[in-house]
Design a protein around this ligand. Structure first.
Ligand SMILES: Cc1cc2nc3c(=O)[nH]c(=O)nc-3n(C[C@H](O)[C@H](O)[C@H](O)COP(=O)(O)OP(=O)(O)OC[C@H]3O[C@@H](n4cnc5c(N)ncnc54)[C@H](O)[C@@H]3O)c2cc1C
Length: 414
């Protein structure tokens, strides 16, 4: 293959798909290339492994009231649940009562408020500095934070919490968020199984080297994950400037993985969809989503380094650990009820390499710097570049659209 176009977009996740649509609408000729044999990237609904759709990646419409994918769900007839988050806390022996759960919720809100205030005051330090370590809830807060942010509070800047545009509407998509994103972009042309290996941007024309041949173009939009950038899995000639490499170095990859169990019958009669939090002294950074959408299911969510180290050992090891925790929390007899199980493999996926991005303490404006183009030729989008909706699918989408506005302006100016 040898071809030429105005714009090559690397990666057909939420950012790349939305960018391709916007660029075509802006009158640019576009080649969207994707390393995997499917679209969606971290937006992936597995329709085959269990009797119901299982989202390996994004599942919740975060900030749903202002999230354009909510409108797409309405348009396309996808169902989502608007119920408030319900939590239960297990102390290793039994469930804590509702009053104690409320105490924890109050502690959690106050701690998030302190982290946010620190960010607003320009205090770009680790979020862990704002947890009251004398509280009996400190460890559970850190565990929850890790589940949400994909990194321990020690490894994450206050700026992320302070800057995220949060309407506190987190609505899971019953038919699958990945399926929704795929359906939204069903009309976008994608060159699948076509990894980009190199981008030679030294001359007037840019040369993009892919496994299927060379593409000549005027601009490149890179949307691949922060791991792929940190590990330089795409070679740039000349190499990216120091300021860009420095920004990439101040954004870490967080880790988020799941193991979903399907049961022969409902092992949680009388209970609705909720999260079961683990709160014993050496509990891992994990929790269970119980009965999603009323289904006979429990999904273990693992976060941070616990998720990284466990899932790097492969699917079997992850499932074995999830079973141990399942039995500890719900009783060993639940293991006999398992009818199906599936684990995610984000950390081992060479085109992703983890969950979602995390601003390192002291990371400052790294996300905005990552979003900055180079010489009107190399542009960046993807969740890690979003200032106020990083780590999300709708943030990735918006970053793709914003990048195309900048690209169209740059190409028009030449
Ligand atoms: C477990 C988990 C749970 C999550 N939960 C939620 C949630 O509930 N709600 C939410 O909004 N978000 C959630 N997210 C985050 C959300 O899924 C991501 O932020 C979003 O999908 C990222 O989109 P993107 O386009 O930036 O990147 P990606 O989806 O990673 O897309 C980048 C694409 O680039 C491709 N690529 C990489 N290298 C190359 C190359 N060299 N050549 C060609 N192609 C390449 C990749 O294969 C990939 O398809 C979750 C993520 C995970 C992992």
């Amino acid at each position: 293959m040898q071809s030429s176009c105005d714009l090559v977009i690397i990666g057909a996740g939420a950012a790349g798909l939305s960018a391709a649509r916007a660029a075509t609408q802006a009158g640019l000729s576009v080649e969207l290339v994707e390393a995997m044999d499917r679209i969606g990237g971290r937006a992936y609904t597995d329709q085959a492994s269990l009797p119901a759709p299982f989202d390996h990646g994004c599942q919740w419409l975060h900030s749903a009231g202002i999230n354009p994918f909510t409108r797409e769900a309405d348009r396309l007839g996808f169902r989502y649940w608007t119920d408030p988050f319900v939590i239960r806390i297990h102390d290793g022996k039994w469930w804590l009562n509702d009053q104690i759960v409320e105490e924890y919720s109050a502690f959690m809100e106050a701690t998030y408020d302190r982290i946010e205030e620190a960010a607003k005051a320009g205090d770009d330090r680790a979020a862990s500095n704002f947890i009251d370590r004398t509280s009996p809830w400190a460890a559970l807060f850190a565990r929850n934070y890790c589940g949400y942010v994909a990194a321990a509070p020690e490894h994450s800047s206050t700026y992320d919490t302070g800057r995220f545009r949060n309407t506190h509407e987190d609505w899971p998509v019953e038919n699958g968020y990945g399926a929704l994103i795929a359906a939204t972009h069903a009309d976008v042309d994608v060159n699948l199984a076509c990894p980009v290996k190199s981008v030679d941007w030294g001359g007037d024309e840019i040369m993009v080297g892919t496994s299927k041949g060379m593409i000549f173009c005027r601009a490149v939009l890179v949307t691949s994950s922060i791991t792929t950038l940190r590990e330089e899995r795409i070679k740039f000639f000349p190499q990216l400037p120091a300021w860009k490499r420095d920004a990439i170095g101040r954004i870490e990859m967080g880790y988020a993985e799941k193991v979903a169990f399907w049961f022969k019958r409902d092992p949680f009669p009388g209970l609705g969809m909720h999260f079961a939090m683990l709160n014993w002294p050496d509990a891992p950074d994990a929790a269970f989503q119980v009965k999603p959408y009323g289904r006979p299911m429990a999904t273990m969510f693992a976060g941070g380094h616990f998720a990284r180290d466990l899932f790097a050992q492969g699917e079997e090891a992850a499932i074995a650990e999830a079973k141990t925790l399942l039995a500890k929390v719900f009783g060993p007899e639940i293991l006999r009820e398992i009818a199906g199980v599936k684990a995610t493999q984000w950390v081992a996926n060479p085109w992703i390499g983890g969950g979602y991005s995390v601003l390192a303490p002291g990371g400052g404006e790294a996300r905005a710097e990552l979003a900055q183009p180079i010489d009107g030729k190399i542009f960046f989008a993807g969740e890690a570049t979003s200032r106020d909706a990083f780590s999300t699918a709708h943030g990735a989408r918006q970053s793709g659209i914003d990048a195309v506005t900048a690209i169209a302006n740059a190409l028009r100016a030449v």
